[in-house]
Design a protein. Structure first.
Length: 111
């Protein structure tokens, strides 16, 4: 059974978001990427509550491609410790999931 995931990350600029989106798409690690923003983020960082403008990147992929997506994001991400998390896709339109399967490359582990 193929397991899909939506991988999320945030960056500090639209340029950084577009670069990540382009790279995961070029490497066929994503079938679709959405860049949302700017958004306002509030978070703990080094003992203080911080607030910043960010761009949210939603990467539609397969679970078995997560590590490759993470590695690629870490290579080009501007943050010291980037948010990179994956949410499982529990259900989805069958035709959309089939399209994802034909668009994404196979991962290092079996699906």
């Amino acid at each position: 059974m193929v397991m899909y995931a939506v991988i999320l990350t945030t960056v500090d600029s639209q340029d950084a978001a577009e670069r990540i989106a382009d790279e995961v798409l070029k490497n066929r690690l994503a079938a679709c990427v959405q860049v949302i923003g700017p958004i306002r983020s509030k978070y703990w960082w080094k003992g203080s509550i911080e607030s910043s403008e960010e761009y949210l990147i939603l990467i539609k992929s397969r679970k078995n491609l997560y590590k490759e997506v993470e590695d690629l994001i870490r290579e080009i991400h501007p943050y010291e410790i980037p948010e990179i998390i994956a949410l499982p896709v529990e259900e989805g339109l069958e035709d959309y999931l089939k399209w994802m399967s034909t668009t994404l490359r196979r991962g290092k582990e079996a699906t």
